[in-house]
Design a protein around this ligand. Structure first.
Ligand SMILES: NC(=O)c1ccc[n+]([C@@H]2O[C@H](COP(=O)([O-])OP(=O)(O)OC[C@H]3O[C@@H](n4cnc5c(N)ncnc54)[C@H](O)[C@@H]3O)[C@@H](O)[C@H]2O)c1
Length: 473
């Protein structure tokens, strides 16, 4: 029976899943560990082809340059999942774990079918000892389930150790977050072999992360910490958004309140920006997962507490859309609306769970005509998200396409429009010539700033009727 690798020299790492997590994390790892061969594998041939081309499948500031430096040296992208698993000493699993849409736990539990599939493939191909690292965000106790699948499906000669190493990067700042993480978390079994596996992974990260930032725990604490970290971040957004509704009712200004509250050292100022609501593939999914865990363990009060974070987020998106309709004389049928931004946040082209799709849904139900302008989102990405958010089928797609389109010139998108809705906080939106835009619009010309990024006083002076989050004019 072979044992686990002991040194980094000649180590082989395989990462299953070439997405927003697998691609960037392995690129940074390869950059800092030239002695390690890193191969990212995926079942999707188009995705791997893109990673091997000039047109990477995801946009992250600074990523392309580093990929170009290490690709073909010690970083590779391949669809040979089985071959690369066989060669590897350490296998990261970074496949998607979306919320289940059917069966037990539908609408809240995470679907770990991709993870289980990976475990079965690893069991089938492994001929030497493997350390398997859960990079995907998973429910607590997934590591134990993985171990059972591996042991039940391998011939018993191969040793496996499962580690949990959740990823905390944020899209849009992935390179910065990976180069200089707040912490790296590694959970593993607290026995001799588990500690040996943890030590090897610590050594990998220690090539560029200070050792005092590498935290080690048992597996369950590590798995749960990821869900809790995302739940806390989302909770802060929902908390300030709840206060934004009160500010609009009382004439307080949510930015002033956030500043006054955030300067309290015990509270801190991060994640206190009121907005139209959070999006992204993780926050909602991970909170729902936490809710499901609490319910499964007979803790309904705890589950209800965390579900409130999502309820508030849904309320904020709906409140924003309703305010648009109400302000525009309760009728937006046939009215042109320029939507600036569709990505769920700036500096990414990712549209998963974006607030823009939910707000669009309300506006399209009223038969508005939407022209979307986003520096990174393509029409294909947008319609893909609508398929998910609006349950669009091939039959209803033509009607949708007649109501919403992408127009990447903001001046064109706003020409003849009744309103502009700011949905993403892209910096360039602040620099547009709003006087020119105003002159080309229908009057009264409305701006609904869902991210509070524009100079509202200046816009009012130009002649716009401005609506922002958590403040009135
Ligand atoms: N996106 C983020 O910002 C972020 C941050 C931290 C953690 N996470 C977590 O990381 C995980 C991955 O997220 P992502 O955003 O990178 O997902 P993604 O959808 O961008 O990428 C997942 C990839 O896995 C591939 N895949 C699925 N099953 C496979 C299999 N059996 N074999 C080979 N490839 C397979 C898919 O083809 C896809 O390319 C999720 O659990 C997510 O919750 C995401």
């Amino acid at each position: 029976m072979t044992t686990f690798a002991k040194s980094l020299d000649g180590l082989k790492i395989c990462c299953i899943g070439a997405g927003y997590v697998g691609g960037p994390t392995m690129t940074i790892l390869a950059e800092h560990c030239p002695q390690i061969r890193v191969c990212v594998v995926d079942i999707s041939q188009p995705r791997i082809d893109q990673w091997n081309s000039d047109n990477l499948p995801i946009y992250e500031p600074g990523l392309k340059k580093i990929v170009e430096e290490v690709r073909g040296k010690n970083l590779f992208f391949s669809t040979d999942v089985e071959g690369e698993i066989e060669k590897a000493d350490i296998i990261f699993v970074a496949v998607n774990t979306p919320t289940k849409s059917y069966g037990i736990g539908a609408g809240s539990a995470s679907n770990v079918k991709n993870i289980e599939l990976c475990a079965r493939t690893i069991a089938k191909c492994a001929k030497s000892a493997k350390i398997i690292v859960e990079k995907s965000t998973v429910p607590v106790e997934t590591a134990s389930a993985l171990k059972r699948v591996l042991l039940a499906n391998s011939n018993g000669d191969v040793k496996f150790q499962i580690l949990s190493n959740p990823e905390f990067l944020a899209e849009g700042t992935a390179v910065k977050d990976l180069e200089d993480p707040s912490r790296v978390l590694i959970g593993g079994d607290q026995n001799e072999e588990g500690l040996e596996a943890i030590a090897l992974l610590v050594e990998v990260y220690a090539q560029w992360v200070p050792r005092d930032k590498i935290l080690t725990t048992n597996v369950w604490s590590s798995e749960l910490s990821k869900l809790v970290a995302n739940a806390y971040l989302a909770q802060r957004i929902s908390s300030i958004n709840s206060i934004s509704a009160l500010c609009e009712a009382t004439k307080a200004d949510v930015n002033e309140v956030a500043r006054a509250v955030g300067t309290d050292r015990r509270i801190g100022s991060a994640f206190l920006r009121a907005s139209v609501g959070f999006g992204g593939s993780c926050f909602q999914k991970d909170i729902l997962n936490l809710v499901y865990l609490c319910e499964s363990f007979g803790l309904p009060e705890v589950a209800a507490y965390w579900r409130g974070v999502i309820t508030m987020n849904d309320y904020q998106k709906e409140r924003f859309a309703k305010k648009m309709v109400r302000s525009m004389f309760n009728s937006i049928t046939g009215k042109r609306i320029a939507m600036f931004g569709f990505a769920f946040k700036k500096d990414t082209g990712d549209t998963r769970e974006t607030a823009a799709a939910y707000v669009s849904k309300y506006l399209l139900d009223e038969r508005a005509k939407i022209h979307v302008c986003d520096p990174k989102v393509t029409a294909e990405d947008m319609f893909m998200e609508f398929k998910y958010t609006l349950n669009i089928t091939e039959d209803t797609l033509p009607e949708l396409k007649s109501l919403i389109s992408i127009n990447n010139d903001p001046y064109d998108a706003a020409k003849g429009a009744h309103a502009i809705a700011i949905m993403t906080e892209w910096d360039e939106f602040k620099d547009y010539d709003y006087k020119r835009i105003y002159e080309s619009m229908q009057k009264p010309a409305f701006i609904f700033d869902g991210r509070n990024i524009l100079d509202h006083k200046k816009l009012i002076d130009i002649g716009f009727e401005v609506h922002a989050i958590g403040k009135t004019f």
